[in-house]
Design a protein around this ligand. Structure first.
Ligand SMILES: [Zn+2]
Ligand SMILES: [Zn+2]
Length: 140
């Protein structure tokens, strides 16, 4: 079941393969996620970094989150496809973009964060736990 978590950018220059399932998955409506997404949120799979093998050279863009932690977003320099990110508050993790999965159905979101910044037209699953910003126990 673990080889389901494969994906990459549009052109295939940057790809990944995970050898284990995510620790967590969710949607984030923060402004930076929205602006880098093409819609009102990003959907992330939090993976143990040791479980993810990334192939190809992605371009890195660093911008601090509200928490002050540095978020590094990685995307393909050829096709622009967003592939993954990292957060200095959770150094052992890689956050894969659900949009970059080859089979997006393997993503199973368990929470929604930064609902206070969500556009009214980006309607989400109201059965999921949701938080106005980040849940207090998450150090990112
Ligand atoms: Zn590409
Ligand atoms: Zn965000």
């Amino acid at each position: 079941m673990t080889t389901e978590f494969i994906g990459g950018c549009l052109c295939g220059a940057v790809t990944y393969k995970a050898t284990a399932a995510p620790q967590l998955g969710g949607h984030c409506h923060c402004v930076d996620c929205r602006k880098s997404s093409g819609t009102g949120h990003c959907s992330h799979l939090a993976m143990n970094a040791d479980d993810v093998e990334i192939t190809g050279k992605a371009i890195q863009f660093d911008k601090p989150a509200d928490s002050g932690n540095m978020v590094s977003r990685f995307f393909c320099g050829t096709c622009g496809g967003a592939v993954y990110s990292t957060n200095s508050g959770m150094p052992g993790f890689v956050f894969l973009r659900a949009s970059s999965l080859d089979n997006p159905e393997v993503f199973s979101p368990s929470m929604i964060v930064y609902t206070r910044a969500a556009p009214s037209w980006d309607v989400m699953d109201t059965s999921l736990p949701s938080f106005e910003t980040m849940p207090p126990e998450m150090p990112i």
